[in-house]
Write a protein that binds this ligand. Structure first.
Ligand SMILES: Cc1ncc(COP(=O)(O)O)c(C=O)c1O
Length: 561
């Protein structure tokens, strides 16, 4: 039987540990940023740019790219094993993809210089749309995971906005006419226990630093997911999945009256290092949520656009995993490199059935911006990628074939201390110590080794890496760079010397919170490493008293575990 109180507490606790983990990662990142950055000039005034990393610690300017080798001002070349799905093609293939938009820009420049009417580069959403919209929509149509012709798409610039658009379209689709401001409104979004849908400031699923209820949408309790954190030692796949489905139904029972939308990532991004969901289990989750009147959003911003490399369904194109795995969500999102990966931003949320209802009721997504769907070049690039997408499947599979044996070898050689997985051009690996503090320490050592070897995977906050190559990266060079990175991971876990008993999956029947956080003892060891301000921040997040010394605050936080 599911203990509802346990479930409730546990899902909340997973957020606390996320907060704590990120703060620690921040402290530890300090060292690495200084080593790689401070000595030579970075090509710009680093103290003026408050970017992804803390002020003064942002990465150097990149002068040029040759394949996946990025040449950085002052610190030379690094082999970038994938910037979290931000690029799909390079070299001549990228030039080809960008060509229509480039020629448009050349024509527009000529006309502008001669003070003649110029083709549109961008249009404010209140004034019209670029002509390239027509081509984009017809290029998108064959890729949609639906047999219905009653679809519509909302377009945005970056992925986080597309996820927000997907959520609000889902609410309107399932609860058209409802008063979303009423006290009992079902507006909350159910996110998985491991979940990331964009920047931590505003995105559903991100736990820090504004708390899990980013933008007031995300439900504080997270649903259980088939990640190694939720697994118990000795549990086989079938019993693990059976238990999770029971727990998910208990979660739905408990929060049915609050949740209007469930978000899923069919193949995770950084939160579970590119691990694919078991398709049959995900189909069951989706069915259960839909049966309760919830809209299901499949966020394919990482895995879509054929990156997963899976076999298309009959008559499909293999663009989305939702199609390949017959997931049947209500809405699917795409983003990142659909804009071409050259900085022309585009993302979108597709309502797969029910557009007519929207039209009849004069509805659209609530989410909108000045430049949503405004860039002619982004639309032209997107159409060009979609038109050629199917021709890239063999290359995606060649990437998969190059990476897989290297990561398999890493799994074996690490004796379970690294768990690597993936498919197509989306792979990752996690350090498996159950204690987040141990994983964070390993992550730091791993980062340092990668800096020395001049390889840059995407370091995942949970501890480990993600690899998201371009579809046309050279498989041999990629395999060699992946080997160097895998060696860094292997040396790291060997140095850590973890006992097999310290590794996931965890031993005891949880308390799901322990499953996600590594247990209250690890919580306590984490808390012991935090300074007063950080502890204060966590207490505030949890609406706890912020008075007293570090011990007092830590024990208040722990009392919640
Ligand atoms: C699954 C998922 N959804 C959405 C986003 C947000 O995309 P963006 O960074 O373009 O806002 C990300 C970012 O990595 C992601 O991994």
């Amino acid at each position: 039987m599911i203990d509802h109180e346990t479930l409730k507490t546990s899902t909340v606790i997973s957020e606390f540990s996320d907060t704590i983990k990120t703060k620690i990662d921040d402290f530890l990142t300090d060292g690495i940023m200084t080593t790689s950055m401070s000595a030579p000039p970075a090509g710009y005034e680093v103290d003026r740019f408050a970017g992804r990393y803390a002020l003064g610690k942002n990465l150097p300017a990149v002068a040029n790219k040759a394949g996946f080798c990025f040449n950085r001002v002052g610190s030379g070349e690094v082999r970038v094993l994938g910037g979290a799905c931000s690029e799909v093609l390079g070299g001549a293939n990228l030039a080809n993809l960008l060509n229509d938009g480039y020629e448009l820009e050349v024509r527009a420049m000529e006309a502008l210089k001669n003070a003649k009417p110029a083709e549109v580069l961008s249009v404010h959403t209140s004034a019209g749309v670029p002509q390239q919209m027509d081509h984009f929509l017809s290029s998108l149509a064959p890729h949609l995971p639906t047999t219905s012709d009653d679809w519509c798409v909302n377009l945005q610039a970056e992925g986080a906005s597309a996820v927000h658009a997907a959520i609000d379209m889902g609410l309107q689709y399932k609860q058209g006419g409802a008063d979303f401001n009423s006290a009992g409104a079902r507006t909350r979004v159910g996110c998985g226990a491991s979940s990331y849908h964009g920047p931590a400031s505003t995105s559903p699923g991100g736990a820090t630093p504004l708390g899990a209820q980013a933008k007031g949408l995300t439900h504080r309790a997270r649903y259980p997911v088939p990640s190694p954190f939720c697994r118990r030692r000795g549990e086989d796949d079938d019993s693990f999945h059976e238990r999770l489905l029971l727990e998910f139904n208990a979660y739905l029972d408990m929060y049915e009256n609050e949740i209007g939308v469930i978000l899923v990532e069919p193949q995770w991004g950084s939160s579970v290092a590119a691990m694919p969901w078991p398709p049959a289990l995900l189909r069951e989750y989706i069915k259960a949520a839909k049966a309760r009147g919830m809209a299901v959003v499949a966020d394919e911003i990482m895995c879509g656009l054929g990156r997963h490399g899976a076999e298309p369904a009959a008559g499909g194109t293999g663009c989305f995993l939702s199609e390949c795995w017959d997931l049947q969500p209500d809405i699917v999102t795409f983003g990142k490199s659909i804009g071409g990966g050259a900085g022309h931003l585009l993302s979108g949320a597709v309502l797969l059935d029910g557009a007519a209802k929207f039209k009849e009721a004069s509805r659209t997504a609530f989410q909108s911006h000045t430049y949503a769907a405004a860039s002619a070049r982004a639309l032209a690039n997107g159409a060009s990628l979609l038109d050629s997408l199917e021709s890239w499947r063999p290359s995606v599979r060649a990437i998969g074939a190059a990476v897989e044996p290297v990561l398999q070898e890493l799994n074996e050689a690490s004796n379970g201390a690294v768990l690597a997985h993936g498919q197509g051009a989306l792979w990752g690996g996690m350090f498996t110590n159950a204690d987040p503090a141990a994983r964070t320490e390993a992550n730091l050592k791993f980062k340092k080794r990668c800096v020395d070897q001049r390889v840059l995977p995407y370091f995942v906050p949970v501890g480990g890496f993600m690899i998201t190559p371009r579809y046309d990266d050279d498989p041999d060079m990629l395999a060699a760079a992946t080997k160097d990175m895998a060696q860094c991971a292997l040396e790291t876990v060997r140095e850590m010397g973890w006992a097999p008993s310290a590794l996931l999956p965890i031993e005891s029947p949880p308390h799901a919170g322990a499953a996600t956080s590594g247990g209250s003892s690890s919580c306590s060891s984490l808390l012991g490493r935090l300074n007063k301000d950080t502890l204060k921040g966590i207490c505030k997040d949890l609406s706890l008293d912020v008075t007293g010394d570090e011990d007092a605050m830590a024990s208040r936080i722990l009392s919640k575990c």
